[in-house]
Write a protein that binds this ligand. Sequence first.
Ligand code: NAP
Length: 286
Amino acid sequence: MAQTHTARLMDGTRLAARIIETSSAAAEDIRRRTGTAPCLATVLVGEDPASVTYVQMKRARCAKAGIQSRHVALPASVGTADLVHAITELSQDPGVHGILLQHPVGPHIDERAAFEAIAPDKDVDGVTMRSFAATAFGLPGFVSCTPAGIMRLLDEYGVELAGKHAVVVGRSAILGKPAGMLLLGRNATVTYCHSRTADLPSIVRQADVLLAAVGRPRFIGGRDIKPGAVVIDAGYNPGNVGDVDFETAKDRASLITPVPGGVGPMTIAVLLAQTVQAAAHQLNVT
Ligand code: NAP
């Protein structure tokens, strides 16, 4: 009789709930001891429906966890200088402990300048150059939320990274690039792939740990998954579809993240955890 194999699911929803529960207790402790609840400022440029939904979701999760949020909505027509000004004000406001600029912000804006207006100790989304450098150097600091969430999932499921070949498909500043740095920091041998990579499938087939962070539905098929590989699918495409073809990949992988319910919930959980951490630091709660 033919053997059938199905990968074990990496349950991001369950782990995220646990992280949020811990953050919520820490937020309450901060509020009790200082009289001030942690506060996350969200900045939204324009009314892109997906961005509006993401911000609403993040604020709702904050409220449930006892984290206040302050929302700054700016018109799509806002220029770089006014956006930088609004973020600088939040950076200087002692009542705000963390700042999230929902991105993308629109092609007419210098997004890097806007990110860099976030004070380093309020960069709970881990988007500034300083946070990236700390991640790359393995120093303390805020980590981009999705890569940090991925590492927590890998740890939760006891994935050994040292000496493993980790292939990261995608090199964005907030996802692929920092994720590769974190994997490198854990002694994986890391290969980055991107849109100019030649013969991508031959590299993907070597991955002991595969991270798909591309933004193309079912871009990586099961036949290119090395048997027994750990597959992390960060992709989130219309119709709740990941970057990996789950149905075929699950028959080859040893562990795999579902979409939805894998990486997605972890991103928000890390955002809340880092907001509480920022508040504790700024309010001198140890
Ligand atoms: P991005 O900025 O658009 O970057 C996509 C990356 O994929 C780029 O590095 C690009 O290469 C690479 N790529 C595009 N086409 C490719 C191809 N044909 N072959 C190989 N590489 C290719 O996207 P992102 O922000 O990193 O997001 C990636 C995915 O993750 C999206 O589905 C997004 O929705 C999802 N995401 C999920 C979460 C979450 O919380 N779950 C958070 C963030 C993002 P080049 O650099 O050469 O252009």
